[in-house]
Structures are given as structure tokens and as C-alpha cells.
Design a protein around this ligand. Structure first.
Ligand code: MIC
Ligand code: SF4
Length: 637
């Protein structure tokens, strides 16, 4: 049978099961990556699994999120991760080495490999033909421990690109256009597989940008074929030995096909506060801006930086605008320093930040009150920038740079191409490679900020509680467990984070949970509940606060898994209109929870009314829920 590229890679890595959409399979994970804000939890969980080294071909622990070190907390986290990497045989990438997805693309990703990362933008490596999936920390811990990952066989959507990009338009404009077509939940349940003549006009870095923001569509991952652009990318980094040409079989079956004509793509933006709030730059041109931030795992490649430098060269950033630039990796920053592009940026009045996530996750550079910020990033959720009433727009680095000069949103015009270095001098001095097994330390270092994580309890027969909170559609994990400079230091401290649960939606969730601590309760959601970040804190914090179930119209993939892994029931309304009847603080009864989980459907009684709910749990998910979470389940099997 003619297979998609996705199914070819899955087939090649299959350990258990068969490729039937919706069925669980177990695949071999060649590589894993973690970053620090989810990594602390992943390494605590790896310790709890009791292995002595990783079972993958390569695992890398990056530090790129919590970089402010305004107290001992971040530094403690870094030290814990460094020590865990040394103990378990993992490559450690120091702070300053760069953003995990950019560094991984440059130095480690390879066509045809499987990669699991504790970050939702792990699919960036799909730009190089890897099958790269984002997951919660616990799934990544298990992949490190056993080299295996269980997933439901996804459907595959073919995005056929025709035509060629016009000058001044790049991968970011393409993915914003796709977001307009498909919306933030349009990719749910699918791998997005790109093909068509149009891919010839996309370099690996543009492809990586497109795969990166597939996360904003809710897709399981995104992938491009591996071709001469892939070979060129690898050659320039002296890594051509990992090259493998890869594409779908002729006549491969796809569950859905979408066609995009690249020549019709124009400079685009996402308006506040969702990545699918599409507008052409021309429609919002002239909007005054206060801040421009260029960088993030989406758009911080050498190509992106050079195009920005060429726009800034010899010009002056508008006096009202604060322009920040964070190159994606130490290698990129060093190359820019060597070829003079950094001087062009500084000369224009840009603020150069270190190679890290920075403003993308609210680690500094919060805009002023009600400020308008234009960013080359991937997410513009309300409050994520650190300023609740900021208006954040997303655009390509070229649009950002041109707008920074003018002080308002503006079209980038045509940016001249630039020569790419024949060879990049890949910076490896930020890496610590693991020692031979018999020389590795046997202990990890845990400062006072590293607190144990909560564990669920085996499923009880009957349950009584209240509706602790009813939310709307598209609630993000940034809403459930906010991040930013104030909270990122506490990613290894769930009790502390709990005080801020749902704080972008209501200011008293913690008090509500305290008031009903005897029974706990449920959270009610609309469509696409838990979209965005992979942070499992968005499940662990509710677990800690006594949330037993989340009842929603639909769930985002990673968050649903994280809920199950923590032992919280993700239930879906059978009839969406029942959602309208529910209010905060109504009484909740579930008479037969075990039966509900085993049967995959049942009844939740809210305010005396029976509501039909569906679980659709796989046998494995059922066993995990009955055990009260993945760790309990692993201890049983
Ligand atoms: C994000 O972009 O939201 C993050 C921060 O990288 C998260 C991970 C996290 O919450 O730590 C992600 O995308 O998974
Ligand atoms: Fe970092 Fe932002 Fe990318 Fe998340 S989206 S990994 S915070 S740069």
C-alpha cells in the first residue's frame, strides 16, 4: 500500500500495534529533548521511574526558558537539570546555547528520526524531515527511560503547496495563512504533511517555521519531505552523513487534502489574542506600535536574522519603539557577530537579547500598559507577554523589522537575498556531553525550590463535588497555569504555582479550591480546552487543587494526555448544548466512575440534571485512569 511519509516513519519505528487511525501504537523514540521549564518535572519523573540511564539514541536537556535568575530558583532548576543530565547520560545545553528547537534543528535533528520533546514546538524539526512530537514531561520521561512512546495513530492531512513565494513573503506568512484557513483547532488529530512543487521555494528554515506553528493548529506534528534543501542545510553544518532522502509514496492515501498556492500568500499578521486572528498586513498597516520583538523558536534562524539586519542597516529604529532581537542559537549569534550583521542591528538602535525564549514566554520585555507589541513569535494569547492589557500581533521578522523603523505596522517591501555561509562553525562549547557510564555521578542536586510533584489516587466508585469553574472555548494552558517572569521560577514547585491557577480568567480559583477542598470539583470547558503549551503543570496544578475531572466540548491533544497521566478524567459532552446549562458552583455527582471509564461513556449529574458524557479512552488510558495516573500505572505493570 502507498504510504504517506508520516506512516512510513511510524512503520519504521513500530514496536506494537498496527497503523489504523485512532488505535494506540507504541513506537521507538530515537531522540528526546527537554527544556528547563518542563524539564525539571520530567527529570523528577525520570527519577521516579528508577532507571539508571536513558534508552534513546540521543537525549538533550536544554536550558532556554527560565533565564532571568532573579533569585536562586531558576539557578537551582538549571543545576538540577545539569546534574540529572550527567547522571542519566544526556547531553546538557547550557543557558546561552540557544532555543531548544533551533539548536536541535542545527545540531541534532535528522531526517526520518523520531523525536519526542517536552515542548509543544518540538515539531520544528519536521522542517528537516523528522517526525517530531511535543508531549508532557511524563511522556518524555518514559520515552527517555524506555525508548518508547505510545500514541493514537493520527490521521494525515496533506498540505499541497503550489506556486512559489513572492519576495518579502516567507514561511511565517504561509503558516499564518494556513491558520486562517484551518483555525487553531483545524489540525487536531492530524499530522500535517507538506508536499507539492511549492516546497522547492522553501528553505529548511522556512519549513521549520511552518512546522513550528503547526502546534498552533493543534496538529500532532508537521513534516516536510527530505530533499536537496535538506541536504544543503546539513552540508553547511557538516552533518551530511545523516542525510536521507524521504518522501511519501506515489499515490499515498491522505485523510484530507488542502491546497495552498504560495504565490497568493501576502505579508500577514495575527491580531490579538489568537494566532488565527488573521489579517493581511495591508489591512492593519498604520497601526502605531510600542514594541517589536524578533526571535523565538519560530523565527530566529540565520536567514531571519540576516533579513532583519538588511532592513535595519543604516536606518534608525523609531523613537517610540523598543526593538528587541534574540538570535535562535549561539551559532547564529556568533555568525552575526563575525559578519557584521550584529553591528547593523545595534547601529539601528536594537536591543540585543541572549539566545533564549525571552519575551516569548514573558521572561522580561513585558509591554507597557495597553501597549501594542508586534512579534515574530508564535503565540499572542492574552497576558502571555506579561502585560494583561497588551495588544500582541504576530508577523514575519521582515514585517517586524520594517515596522520597527516606521513606528507602525507596515509591509516589509522586498528584502534583498543575502549570501549564506558555505559552512557554519557550529558552536559546541555550550554542551556538556555525558561521561562513560561508570564515571557518571549517581546523585542529582536538588535545591530548596525543587518540590515533589503531586500523585493522583486510584479511581473511586462514586464522586461528589462542585463545578469549580466554567470556562469558554480555546482556553490555553497559559490560562490554566500562567507563566512569565514571576511564575516560571516555580515550575518545580506545584504548591506555589497553585496560587495562580486560572488567574487570567478569574482571580479567585485558588480560594474556590480551598473552600471546596473536602470534595474538590470539576472544571467545565468549551472547544479545544488546553490548547497551547505542553506544560503538564496545567494538569498537576488542578490535581493538587482537587480537580477530579474536566468536562469540555473538546480537548487539545497534549493537554488531554497530561490530564490522563495525572489521573484527572477528561470527559467530553455528548450533546454540546448541555454546556449552556452549567454554572459555577453547581453540585456535581458521578455515581459510577469506574464504569464510566471502562465503558467510555456515562452520566455526570450536575445540579440534578443528567448529562451524557463520552470518554473514548483507549485500553491503556483506561488502565492509567483506574490506577490514578501514569506513575501509579507504571508501578503496577
Ligand atoms: C510555550 O511556548 O508555551 C512553552 C513555554 O515553550 C511551552 C512549554 C512550557 O510551558 O514550559 C510549550 O510550548 O510547550
Ligand atoms: Fe520558547 Fe517561545 Fe518557542 Fe515556547 S514558543 S519554546 S517559549 S521560544
Amino acid at each position: 500500500m502507498a504510504h504517506s511519509l508520516t506512516y512510513k516513519i511510524l512503520q519504521d519505528h513500530l514496536i506494537e500495534g498496527s497503523l489504523i487511525p485512532g488505535e494506540d501504537i507504541v513506537i521507538r523514540m530515537d531522540q528526546t529533548l527537554t527544556q528547563d521549564s518542563t524539564g525539571t518535572m520530567a527529570y523528577l519523573q525520570l527519577e521516579a521511574l528508577g532507571v539508571d540511564e536513558v534508552a534513546t539514541e540521543l537525549s538533550v536537556a536544554y536550558v532556554d526558558h527560565n533565564m532571568l535568575q532573579s533569585g536562586f530558583e531558576n539557578a537551582d532548576d538549571h543545576e538540577f537539570i545539569r546534574s540529572a543530565a550527567a547522571k542519566y547520560g544526556i547531553v546538557f545545553s547550557k543557558p546561552g546555547g540557544g532555543i531548544c528547537h533551533q539548536v536541535h534543528l542545527e545540531q541534532f535533528a535528522r531526517p526520518g528520526a523520531t523525536l519526542l520533546g517536552s515542548d509543544s514546538h518540538t515539531p520544528t524539526a519536521g522542517g528537516l524531515g523528522a517526525l517530531a512530537i511535543g508531549a508532557g514531561g511524563l511522556d518524555v520521561a518514559v520515552a527517555m527511560a524506555k525508548g518508547r512512546y505510545t500514541l493514537a495513530v493520527p490521521k494525515v492531512m496533506n498540505i499541497r503547496l503550489t506556486g512559489a513565494l513572492k519576495p518579502g513573503v516567507n514561511g511565517k506568512d504561509v503558516i499564518l495563512t494556513i491558520l486562517k484557513e484551518l483555525t487553531v483547532k483545524g489540525g487536531t488529530g492530524y499530522v500535517l504533511e507538506y508536499s507539492g512543487d511549492g516546497i522547492q521555494s522553501l528553505r529548511v528554515t522556512d519549513r521549520a517555521t511552518i512546522c513550528n506553528m503547526g502546534a498552533e493548529l493543534g496538529a500532532t506534528t508537521s513534516i516536510f519531505p527530505s530533499d536537496e534543501h535538506t541536504l544543503d542545510f546539513l552540508k553547511r553544518r557538516r552533518r551530511e552523513e545523516v542525510y536521507l532522502p524521504l518522501s511519501a509514496d506515489e499515490g499515498a492515501h491522505y485523510d484530507k487534502v488542502v491546497e495552498i498556492d504560495l504565490s497568493s500568500v501576502v505579508p500577514s499578521v495575527a491580531k490579538p489574542h489568537l494566532p488565527d486572528e488573521y489579517a493581511e498586513v495591508a489591512e492593519v498597516a498604520g497601526t502605531p506600535i510600542d514594541q517589536v520583538a524578533i526571535g523565538s523558536c519560530t523565527n530566529s534562524s540565520y536567514q531571519d536574522m540576516m533579513r532583519v539586519a538588511s532592513i535595519l542597516k543604516g536606518n534608525k529604529v523609531h523613537e517610540r519603539v523598543s526593538l528587541t532581537i534574540s538570535p535562535g542559537s549561539a551559532t547564529i549569534l556568533k555568525t552575526l557577530a563575525e559578519n557584521g550583521a550584529l553591528a547593523d542591528m545595534i547601529g539601528a538602535g536594537a536591543r540585543i537579547l541572549e539566545s533564549a525564549c525571552g519575551p516569548c514566554i514573558g521572561m522580561g520585555q513585558a509591554p507597557k500598559s495597553a501597549g501594542v507589541s508586534l512579534r515574530s513569535f508564535n503565540r499572542n494569547f492574552k497576558g502571555r507577554s506579561g502585560t494583561k492589557d497588551a495588544q500582541v500581533y504576530l508577523a514575519s521578522p521582515e514585517t517586524c523589522a520594517a515596522s520597527a523603523l516606521l513606528g507602525h505596522i507596515a509591509s516589509p517591501g522586498e528584502v534583498a537575498d543575502f549570501p549564506e555561509p558555505e559552512f557554519y562553525d557550529l558552536t559546541t562549547n555550550y554542551f556538556t556531553y555525558p561521561l562513560p557510564k561508570d564515571q557518571r555521578p549517581t546523585e542529582t542536586v536538588k535545591g530548596p525550590n525543587i518540590q515533589p510533584f503531586p500523585l493522583g489516587s486510584p479511581l473511586e466508585e462514586a464522586y461528589r463535588g462542585v463545578v469549580l469553574l466554567k470556562t469558554q472555548d480555546n482556553v490555553t494552558t497559559d490560562d490554566i497555569t500562567p507563566s512569565g517572569a514571576k511564575l516560571l521560577p516555580f515550575r518545580s514547585n506545584v504548591p506555589k504555582l497553585a496560587h495562580h491557577a486560572f488567574e487570567t480568567l478569574v482571580d479567585d480559583f485558588y480560594e474556590r479550591a480551598q473552600k471546596y477542598s473536602a470534595t474538590g470539583g470539576i472544571v467545565v470547558g468549551g472547544e479545544n480546552y488546553g490548547q497551547g503549551s505542553s506544560r503538564e503543570h496545567a494538569a498537576l496544578v488542578p490535581l493538587y487543587l482537587g480537580v477530579r475531572a474536566v468536562l469540555a466540548k473538546s480537548f487539545a491533544r497534549i493537554h488531554r494526555s497530561n490530564l490522563i497521566n495525572s489521573g484527572i478524567l477528561p470527559l467530553v459532552f455528548e450533546h454540546h448544548e448541555d454546556y449552556d446549562l452549567i454554572q459555577d458552583f453547581q453540585e456535581v455527582k458521578i455515581e459510577n466512575m469506574i464504569h464510566l471509564v471502562k465503558n467510555g461513556r456515562g452520566t455526570v449529574t450536575i445540579d440534578g440534571r443528567d448529562i451524557s458524557v463520552v470518554g473514548n479512552f483507549s485500553p491503556r488510558e483506561e488502565a492509567i485512569l483506574l490506577a490514578g495516573g501514569y506513575i501509579n500505572y507504571m508501578r503496577e505493570v
